[in-house]
Design a binder for this molecule. Structure first.
Ligand code: PMP
Length: 399
């Protein structure tokens, strides 16, 4: 009898379909296997220094030493995570005097924040819709859509010209209704590097307040574009203009903590009663996913931000990363006027006007490894290969 039941249907896990491997991870493997000494890896999603390393920041090492010596317990912290960490991050994102009530919890990285925010939205409204500029970070769809939030595309960036499609974007957002969410990249847009100007942010803020939209801001690279304050300016404008807003923040890039999964989710409302309900819902949703976020990264960030000398060192290390990014961008732009757009963009990524075929040719002919979309990481380059990279790319752009 038992045999017959087994024979009728495949065993539980045999019913799963195979999944394609992550394309960027596959790219890393291809690059590693390439024996050419002059190969260039611009596919990676992390910061690299001029020597090609992703070092642990000095301030992080120092904080880790303090924690190693001083931490006295590993007892649970609770679903909100390290609340002092959240308190210290808040003014970095929102400035000193944001209006309304802003509640926040620690999350496992920006990914955890994006997912938790989406779950909150879905819990509040099963019919919630989020407007998403295209192209966007490849994981936004899986992280937000998977919570059940409907995602509606709007045009954002024209790869051929390297320009933001602002008029098209604003006209598409004319379709929004009160309560719709608007996904925005706080700074250092991934994958394009193309950020709204402050004037454009002001217009978006106007639209948010006029139509009663709820900004859903992903700010994962604060400090890596034009400095900590400048990189938060757009986010602050739309959050101020909004009655309600959701902000997913990450420390994984600006503290170089990647694998420590360090981030936070903030929610702004205008009523203390709603803020309290939001906070309670965040805790109960977090309990169903990760129960409590991992502690170490947030403890490191808290330790750095609480200590003046460490905080100053962090600012200077962050400025160094930012300066290197800006220098590579400037050098590419100076190489050929057709690459001028790269210097107007921010953060680690830009997107080249190349077809997938051209990207594959660059890989085969020059050992240049970038994502199929033409997205490349500027800090995969250094002084000794940036011109070679720019020459190969512009030659391809010639056709
Ligand atoms: N948002 C964007 C736009 C990102 O590029 C990333 C990471 N690549 C994240 C969020 C998530 O960052 P984390 O590693 O902190 O989860």
């Amino acid at each position: 009898m038992a045999d017959a039941i087994v024979a009728d249907r495949p065993m539980l896990l045999d019913r799963l379909e195979a999944k394609p491997t992550d394309s960027l991870l596959a790219l890393i493997q291809l690059c590693d296997a390439d024996p050419r000494a002059e190969k260039i890896d611009v596919g990676v999603g992390v910061y690299r220094d001029a020597a090609g390393n992703t070092p642990i920041l000095r301030c992080v090492k120092a904080a880790e030493r303090i924690l190693l010596e001083g931490q006295e317990t590993k007892a649970y912290l609770g679903s909100a995570g390290d609340t002092r960490f959240v308190e210290l991050i808040k003014p970095i994102v929102f400035g000193d005097n944001p209006s309304g009530y802003i509640v926040g919890v620690q999350t496992p990285g920006g990914c955890g924040a994006l997912r938790l925010g989406a779950e909150l939205v879905h819990a509040a409204d099963r019919q919630a819709r989020m407007f998403v500029g295209q192209p966007t970070w490849i994981n936004h769809g899986p992280l937000i859509g998977c919570a059940g939030v409907e995602m509606i595309d709007y045009p954002y960036y024209d790869k051929a010209s390297g320009a933001i499609l602002f008029d098209e974007m604003m006209s598409a957002l004319g379709q929004t209704r009160a309560g719709d969410l608007l996904l925005l990249h706080g700074c250092c847009h991934n994958p394009t590097g193309a950020d709204l100007s402050l004037d454009q942010w002001r217009e978006v803020a106007g639209l948010v307040s006029e139509r009663g939209l709820v900004p859903y801001v992903d700010i994962a690279y604060q400090g890596l574009g034009n400095g900590l304050e400048a990189d938060a300016a757009g986010t602050r404008l739309v959050v101020e203009a909004a009655e309600q807003a959701i902000i997913a923040q990450s420390c994984d890039k600006n503290f170089g903590l990647y694998r420590e999964r360090t981030g936070s989710l903030f929610v702004k409302t205008l009523s203390s009663r709603t803020a309290e309900a939001v906070f309670g819902n965040l805790l109960s949703l977090a309990r169903t996913m990760w129960s409590m976020p991992p502690d170490h990264g947030a403890a490191v960030v808290r330790t750095v931000l609480e200590e003046d000398a460490l905080r100053a060192d962090w600012r200077s290390e962050l400025d160094d990363m930012c300066t290197r990014i800006r220098a590579i961008r400037a050098r590419m732009a100076a190489f050929d006027p057709r690459l001028a757009f790269v210097n107007d963009q921010n953060g680690m990524f830009s997107m080249l006007p190349l077809t997938k075929g051209q990207v594959l040719e660059l890989r085969a002919d020059h050992g240049i490894y970038m994502a199929d979309s033409g997205r490349f990481n500027v800090v995969g380059l250094s002084d000794d290969n940036v011109d070679r990279f720019a020459a190969a790319v512009t030659e391809k752009m010639d056709g």
